[in-house]
Ligand binder design. Structure first.
Ligand code: ATP
Ligand code: MG
Length: 214
């Protein structure tokens, strides 16, 4: 049996993924949250997990360092998807990519008047495309986290970020004014690996697809 490597990130994606892996008959031997290991063995000798940063998952799979991975649509859009086969929306780690502004900021008027907006975000590609489609001029400011702070200290007029409950926005006196797209995580597969190791990979894809349906 071919060796299979699956790239995952810790946190919410792993929490939601563990039941799907289990449905595919794969159980990690260590808990990635408590273990410092970056390579985890599983109950199956031919399958191992590698634990990487969420935004690095597509890169590991693109270059074949991992055969499979699970990544958010947000991350995949920024990565571009080169070399990746994306067979399955797993419907996990669901949230929405939103534009948010300070409570007092009149976003609709700013957009209507053709104002040039300063937008802080981690998601440059998606944000650029969204505002280009609307015909709104934006200056993008790249941040790596805590986007909510940017409008509060005058770094930006608006942010683009992922929102689930909206409580972080609320705590920082921001409000969501526009949904860019719904986000969930997808299974990704290295295109070459799928051809070379189809006998090992296809049953995993099938088990995931079945588990998602249930
Ligand atoms: P890091 O925390 O290492 O900087 P990250 O913020 O990208 O990286 P997570 O916060 O674990 O990592 O997010 C991983 C993925 O989970 C995101 O790419 C996104 O698809 C999804 N996600 C992010 N925020 C939420 C949320 N509030 N609710 C549901 N899913 C989310
Ligand atoms: Mg995070």
């Amino acid at each position: 049996m071919a060796e299979i490597t699956i790239a995952l990130s810790k946190g919410r994606i792993f929490d939601d993924t563990a039941p799907l892996l289990e449905a595919a008959g794969i159980v990690a031997k260590d808990n990635p949250e408590s273990s410092r290991k970056l390579i985890l063995d599983t109950n199956r000798a031919s399958v191992r997990l590698v634990i990487v940063r969420a935004s690095d998952v597509p890169t590991y799979v693109q270059y074949g360092a991992a055969d499979l991975g699970i990544a958010g649509k947000d991350v995949l859009l920024e990565h571009g998807g080169n070399g990746l086969y994306q067979p399955l929306d797993l419907n996990i780690a669901r949230c929405r990519m939103m534009v948010a502004v300070p409570e007092g900021f009149d976003y609709d008027s700013a957009v209507r008047q053709g104002a040039r907006l300063r937008v802080a975000t981690k998601y440059l590609q998606t944000t650029r495309e969204h505002f280009a489609d609307k015909g709104v001029h934006v200056d993008l400011i790249k941040l790596y986290g805590s986007m909510e702070l940017a409008p509060l200290v005058g770094l930006a007029d608006a942010i683009v970020d992922l929102v689930s409950t909206g409580s972080t926005l609320k705590a920082n006196h921001l409000r969501a004014v526009e949904e860019i797209m719904p986000i969930s995580s997808r299974l990704i597969v290295n295109q070459a690996a799928l051809k070379l190791k189809r006998n090992a990979i296809q049953p995993i894809l099938n088990a995931f697809a079945q588990a998602v349906k249930n």
